[in-house]
Unconditional design. Structure first.
Ligand code: SF4
Ligand code: MG
Length: 331
């Protein structure tokens, strides 16, 4: 995705100019085949809007999106059908995304029918059974309805449905945040396992860095519609450079983070994207903000830590030098 933006007009009328909601502003991201990219931020940061644009569920206001050289934003007709076969979406709430009147067999069989109409009913049933086995469900589950399953099982049904077309890329919009903490790890592990076995590329949207720590290769942190930091997951966790990322990491319990670190509190609410702060959009909440931050918007630039690690902060070098992480501890 290159320079993607999505603006929504809000509350316009004949006499009042609509406000422009800049949900996603000038975002550029690349995912390599077989890689897992996590897009992280608080709710309202634009990450779901970004994911929906990639799936053409909503249209970008400007910018380009390509998948294996094919331009997603221009695809029509058959090209769009093929893109929808190759790119699939897993929704946050598995219950509301599954039609309650359809059996699991039909829910999973429907995309097979769309994308492989040549299969006989019997071949299709065999394929449904195979998909259910891949996500850890049993063949007899095909005759049941979504309400008969737990949240974790329903998300497994959603994953089987997403796999039915034989996709190369799966985008998960907070795929585990509606689930009990105890089953979140199971579903995350299932996704990582399917990625490795099927050679999938994953884009996982999350508001919680801890959830994606062990499954993602790279992380992009979003704040108010823009990517403020991106880099390799291990590098971001060990050497975060943007104050917002530092604050998000501070919120993760030490037991899950595995080392002690200084606490950088995240104060206040995220400002409305209808009226974003000037300059650096994080300046209203940043403990390191200076006068220049109010007027000059920082751009993503390379950090000193590892290739591909970039942060959008005027002062990250000084902040890192003055606030070194405490020595790592075992744990
Ligand atoms: Fe904070 Fe300024 Fe850096 Fe923005 S540019 S993150 S306000 S120090
Ligand atoms: Mg969301």
């Amino acid at each position: 995705a290159t320079n993607l933006s999505r603006h929504f007009k809000v509350g316009g009328s004949l006499f009042r100019k609509p406000k422009i909601l800049r949900a996603v502003e000038d975002v550029s991201l690349t995912v390599q085949q077989g890689e897992t990219l996590a897009i992280v931020g608080e709710s309202g940061c634009g990450k779901s809007t970004l994911a929906r644009m990639l799936m053409r569920l909503i249209e970008p206001t400007s910018g380009q999106m390509t998948f294996e050289g094919r331009q997603i934003d221009l695809a029509q007709g058959r090209a769009l059908t093929e893109l929808r076969r190759d790119m699939q979406f897993i929704f946050q709430d598995p219950f509301s995304s599954l039609n309650p009147r359809m059996t699991v067999g039909r829910l999973v069989g429907e995309p097979i029918e769309t994308h492989a109409p040549q299969l006989s009913a019997r071949e299709r049933r065999a394929k449904v059974a195979e998909l259910l086995a891949q996500v850890g469900l049993r063949p007899e589950h095909a005759d049941r309805y979504p309400h008969e399953f737990s949240g974790g099982q329903r998300q497994r049904i959603g994953i089987a449905r997403a796999l039915a077309s034989g996709p190369k890329l799966i985008i998960g919009d907070e795929p585990v945040s509606a689930l009990d903490v105890s089953v979140q790890a199971q579903v995350i592990n299932l996704l990582a396992d399917l990625r490795d076995r099927l050679g999938l590329t994953l884009v996982v949207i999350a508001h919680d860095l801890a959830v994606i720590r062990h499954m993602s290769d790279r992380v992009a942190v979003m704040y108010l519609g823009s990517v403020v930091e991106e880099g390799g997951t291990d590098d971001i966790f060990a050497r975060p450079r943007h104050p917002y990322t530092r604050a998000l990491l501070s919120a993760i319990p030490v037991a899950e983070y595995g080392r002690t670190r200084q606490q950088i509190p995240l104060e206040g609410e995220m400002p409305s994207p209808l009226d974003p702060p000037s300059g650096c959009r994080f300046h209203t909440r940043c403990p390191f903000a200076r006068d220049a931050c109010k007027t000059e918007a920082p751009v993503l630039r390379a950090t000193d830590t590892a290739p591909g690690h970039r942060a959008a902060c005027h002062f990250f070098e000084e902040i890192a030098a003055e606030n070194p992480p405490p020595p790592a501890t075992e744990g």
